[in-house]
Design a protein around this ligand. Sequence first.
Ligand SMILES: NC(=O)c1ccc[n+]([C@@H]2O[C@H](COP(=O)([O-])OP(=O)(O)OC[C@H]3O[C@@H](n4cnc5c(N)ncnc54)[C@H](O)[C@@H]3O)[C@@H](O)[C@H]2O)c1
Length: 341
Amino acid sequence: MLKLFVTGGAGFIGSAFIRLALAARPDCQVINFDALTYAGNPDNLTGLDAERHCFVHGDIANRDQVLAALPDDTDALINFAAESHVDRSIVSADEFLRTNVLGTQVLLDVARARGIRRFVHISTDEVMGSLPEDENAFFTEASPFAPNSPYAASKAAAEHLVRAAHHTHGLDTITTRCGNNYGPRQFPEKLIPLFIANALADEPVPVYGDGRNVRDWIYVDDHCRAILLALEKGESGATYNIGARNERRNLEVVESLLRALDKPASLIRYVKDRPGHDRRYAIDPTKIEMELGWQPQETWESGLKKTIQWYADNPEWIARARSGAYREYYARQYGVEVSAR
Ligand SMILES: NC(=O)c1ccc[n+]([C@@H]2O[C@H](COP(=O)([O-])OP(=O)(O)OC[C@H]3O[C@@H](n4cnc5c(N)ncnc54)[C@H](O)[C@@H]3O)[C@@H](O)[C@H]2O)c1
C-alpha cells in the first residue's frame, strides 16, 4: 500500500497528480489536505475513487490542523499547496509568505515529528529568475537563485527550508522545479485557460506587453508523471528540473489557440505589462531524463488539443470557476469586465 498525503490537491496540478497516482498505482491511497482558497476547486475532485481518496479541509500554516490530519504511517507528503499567481503576489505578498514559506516549514516540522518517509516539495523554475532572451542559456539544477517576484521569492525561501530540513535533520526530501503547466482544470486567471475561455466566449484575449515573453510549457500530466517518478526513484536530497523543451512566446501561444479554435486574431488585446515581468524561462531537464528515464508523452500540439477539448467540453466548470471573486480580480487586473458564461 502506498499512502500519500497531498497538500493543495484541490488545485490544478495537485488534482491532476491525484488522478494520475490513483490510476497508475492501484495500491495507492491519498489524503488530500487543502484550504480551498479561491484557487482550490472541489469540482476538480469529481469522479475520484472515494475508497482511495479522502479530502480534509485544512491550512498548511496551521500546525494543529496538519498534526490532526497526517497519519504516521504515511509514505510520502507531496506539497503542492501554495499561493501560485504572480500577479496576485504583486498586489499583496502577505498570503504568499504565510502559505508558501511558513506553511512549508510547518509541513517539514510535522513530517519529521510523524516520521514520514519522504517529503516531496513542488517548486518552480521562477526561483531562478529570468534568462536572456537571445542566448542559448537554460536553467539547470545548479543555476543560482534569482527570484524576481514576491511569488518566486516565497517559493525560493520554501526551497531553502526544504534543503535545510534535509541537511540539518536528515529528512528525506525531493524538490522538483517545473515551468509553465497547461491542461484541464487550471484556474482561469492563468494564461492558457484564460485565453481559451475568453476565445470560446468571443471575448477579448489580453496579452501583456509586446507578447514576446518566452515560457517553457509542459502538459500537466507529464509534470505529474515526473513527480511520481521522482517520489518513487529520486535520490534523497535531490532537486530535479522538469521541462518538455517547449519554449514559446506568449503571442505564439495565443495565435496557436486562436487558430485551433478558429477564432480571429482581432480578439487579441495588448495590455500594460506586469511590473518586473520575467522575459524568458527555459528548463534543461537532462538530469531527470538521464537519472530517472523520464520523458514527456505529449507534444505541444497533442497537449493543446487535449486541453482545448477539455475546456470546450466543460463550460459548466469554467462558468463556476469564473464566478464571484474571480470576476472582481479580473476587472481590477486587466481593466475589462468578464462575463460569467
Ligand atoms: N501552475 C504552474 O504552471 C506551476 C509551475 C511550476 C510550479 N508550480 C507549483 O505547483 C504547485 C501547484 O500549482 P497549481 O498551479 O496547481 O496551483 P493552484 O493555485 O491551482 O492550487 C493551489 C492549491 O493550494 C491550496 N492552498 C493554498 N493555500 C493553502 C493553505 N494555506 N493550506 C492548504 N492548501 C492551500 C489551494 O486551495 C489550491 O487548491 C504550487 O506549489 C506552484 O508553486 C505551478
